[in-house]
Design a protein around this ligand. Structure first.
Ligand SMILES: [Zn+2]
Length: 120
């Protein structure tokens, strides 16, 4: 697994729609007019780019085979093919489901780090 950074609201809305349709949520890879989504090799590196309103998500792809160094960035790569996205714990980066919980809007009860995290 590799990682991406996305606007929390948009990504979570996307997961909700895909869930309802029974389809995987995907990160867009290289296309004719698009270099491919930005991805990072480690959770810690991606986290540095997850400023307020943004979160880290897992990308089911391979750093060596599915990405190439970005022309624009120093420490991220461009995803070369569409790949499934998964929710990860905002603290430890392990796969963890975000539960929509009203206010605060999402709650993540991580089985790996045992933290319960609320995202407004
Ligand atoms: Zn965790």
């Amino acid at each position: 697994m590799i990682y991406t950074v996305g606007r929390t609201q948009i990504y979570l809305d996307g997961f909700e729609v895909c869930c309802r349709l029974g389809e995987p949520m995907q990160k867009k890879g290289k296309a004719e007019d698009y270099p491919g989504g930005s991805v990072w090799e480690t959770f810690e590196e991606a986290q540095k780019y997850a400023t307020e309103g943004f979160s880290v998500f897992g990308v089911v792809a391979d750093w060596e085979n599915d990405t190439i160094p970005s022309e624009k960035g120093k420490d991220w790569h461009d995803l070369q093919r569409d790949a499934n996205l998964i929710m990860v714990c905002p603290k430890c980066g392990n796969p963890s489901r975000w539960i929509q919980s009203g206010i605060p809007r999402w709650t993540i009860a991580c089985r790996s780090c045992k933290e319960i995290i609320s995202i407004p």
